[in-house]
Ligand binder design. Structure first.
Ligand SMILES: Cc1cc2nc3c(=O)[nH]c(=O)nc-3n(C[C@H](O)[C@H](O)[C@H](O)COP(=O)(O)O)c2cc1C
Length: 138
């Protein structure tokens, strides 16, 4: 299954995860600034970093701008300093559910923070986990 991947990434971690998921599923990852709408009937996969305890405004505004759907499916992913608790993913999930999407999965891992903390994250195992997650989407 080829999800339609849209991500918001200020420092590149979420972008890398998005591109890994895209490669694994034979599709492209779209930066939020390049996307206005979602092809009908596609599985929507949205991703974001966590900034001050929130998902990127761009991705939430994007979801807010989508038309309501009757039976859409979606999943969410995020990178954060914490890398465990799903924060941006929960916010994207609520926003997607309001639009009629059923959110069937979520993925989170750590990303390098402010260039100095958690250097080397996401680690190779996180990219492997991201691939498995993308492949498992239904
Ligand atoms: C301005 C800013 C605020 C952040 N706030 C949080 C936060 O509240 N909680 C957290 O776990 N990580 C926080 N982080 C870390 C980022 O979520 C983490 O580096 C993430 O991988 C960034 O994704 P990106 O590289 O795709 O932008 C923050 C990073 C930045 C740059």
């Amino acid at each position: 299954m080829k999800p339609f991947i849209v991500y918001c990434s200020k420092t590149g971690n979420t972008k890398k995860i998005a591109e890994t998921m895209a490669d694994e599923t034979g599709t492209e990852a779209h930066n939020i600034s390049d996307v206005r709408n979602v092809p009908k009937g596609t599985f929507l996969l949205t991703g974001s970093g966590v900034y001050g305890g929130n998902a990127g405004k761009g991705i939430l505004n994007f979801i807010e701008s989508l038309p309501k759907v009757k039976s859409g499916k979606a999943a969410v992913f995020e990178t954060s300093g914490d890398g465990k608790k799903i924060v941006a993913g929960e916010q994207m999930k609520w926003a997607l559910e309001k639009k009629g999407y059923k959110v069937t999965g979520s993925f989170v891992c750590s990303g390098t923070m402010f260039k100095i903390f958690r250097r080397g994250y996401p680690k190779p195992e996180h990219f492997e986990q991201a691939k498995k997650f993308a492949k498992s989407l239904k």
